[in-house]
Design a protein around this ligand. Structure first.
Ligand code: SAM
Length: 243
């Protein structure tokens, strides 16, 4: 392949995740806008603000998919900086690369097929790492957090943008209705694929809540870990620093 293919051990979850993203890759951006009513753009904008990326920085956008964050980082780091868009899934990476090239992104972006659990980069490589809506798809999340911490430079930041636990019971009920009834139907209508969206809803429910993820990041060796709830806790943005 074009991306330096890396063998990854295929567990049941990993192959499930691979099937889902191979099948949604070409419609991924449209579905994102539809399913989140466009709000994912706001969540991503906040992630960029908290990343503190400056000209000359080295940034890794792991599980970067179709490259929304990479696009903005490539402007921020400038010609002397570098952004690596990495994803385990070749289809997602190809859609991302084509989109970024269409949007005029040039020489400061690299595309790498990689598993977040076993990142193929030297220790202390990056000023900032983002993983947006990616961690819950990873089989061994603690291994991924350790691997990301390893490749961060001292002083570097990890930002995890992920679905989390809604703060109020009412919002939780409405959100369940939405996820388990409406979402699979939208998936069926728009993508002819209810199963992928059923997987999405299930994977969100199984993901660790705000405090649990904070603890996992600390265990992985990050410090000053804090989080912000977005949209009532439907999503949370966690940030930790490698000291
Ligand atoms: N970050 C993008 C965004 O916010 O729009 C894409 C998010 S998409 C929901 C999740 C991505 O995680 C998919 O592209 C999938 O291939 C990738 N992924 C799943 N498991 C992974 C792993 N172990 N390592 C790296 N990427 C992974």
């Amino acid at each position: 392949t074009h991306f330096g293919y890396q063998e990854v051990p295929v567990t049941e979850k990993a192959s499930r995740v691979a099937d889902v993203f191979h099948s949604v890759a070409s419609r991924y951006d449209v579905m994102n806008d539809l399913m989140s009513f466009g709000i994912h753009r706001v969540w991503k904008r906040l992630t960029i603000e908290r990343a503190g990326v400056r000209p000359g920085h080295n940034v890794l956008d792991i599980a970067g998919g179709t490259g929304d964050l990479t696009f903005r980082f490539s402007r921020l780091v400038g010609p002397r900086g570098r952004v690596v868009l990495a994803d385990i899934n070749e289809s997602m990476l190809r859609v991302g690369r084509d989109k970024l090239i269409d949007r005029g992104v040039g020489g400061n972006v690299e595309y790498v097929q990689a598993n977040a659990e076993t990142l193929p980069f030297p220790d202390n490589s990056f000023d900032c790492i983002t993983i947006a809506f990616g961690l819950r798809n990873v089989t061994d999340q603690n291994a991924a957090l350790r691997s990301m911490t390893r490749v961060l430079k001292p002083g570097g930041r990890l930002l995890v943008l992920e679905f989390s636990k809604p703060r109020s019971a009412l919002l939780n009920r409405a959100y369940d209705e939405y996820s388990f009834r409406l979402l699979p139907r939208m998936g069926e209508c728009v993508a002819g694929d209810a199963d992928s969206y059923r997987y999405l809803a299930e994977s969100i429910r199984m993901h660790p809540d705000q405090e649990t993820l904070k603890g996992m990041m600390e265990t992985a060796g990050l410090e000053r870990v804090e989080y912000t709830n977005l949209t009532g806790g439907i999503v949370a943005l966690h940030r930790g620093i490698k000291l």
